[in-house]
Design a binder for this molecule. Structure first.
Ligand code: SF4
Ligand code: SF4
Length: 97
């Protein structure tokens, strides 16, 4: 049996999301993020959901979250003021683990 090798981006494209538009499951306090020099969230999120906008403000969109919890663990200054799994029926549906 041979296993076909796929790139990470290709695997991620196979996941399905049911985004909860009414309730974000991760919320940032951007005033805290401004004080965070290292900003590890920019580097550790496997879905690259943390970005800096043109004004160097933290920009985050929970819609593509893989629910891995890495940002919660790595957040240095507690700028993530809410992290919980999405409400029932919402969130990611993995197709290939
Ligand atoms: S690590 Fe936490 S506090 Fe620092 S920029 Fe990212 S979300 Fe904000
Ligand atoms: S839980 Fe994982 S995928 Fe979701 S925002 Fe945090 S690091 Fe990114």
């Amino acid at each position: 049996m041979s296993i076909e090798k796929k790139e990470a981006a290709e695997l991620l494209s196979l996941d399905k999301f049911n985004v909860d538009e009414d309730e974000a499951h991760i919320v940032l306090d951007k005033s805290i993020c401004r004080q965070c020099a290292a900003k590890p969230c920019l580097y550790v999120c496997p879905a690259v959901l943390y970005k800096l906008d043109a004004n160097k403000e933290m920009s985050f969109d929970y819609a593509g979250c893989l629910e891995c919890g890495t940002c919660r663990i790595m957040c240095q200054k507690k700028g993530i003021v809410k992290w919980q799994y999405p409400r029932g029926t919402f969130g990611i549906n993995y197709r290939f683990g």
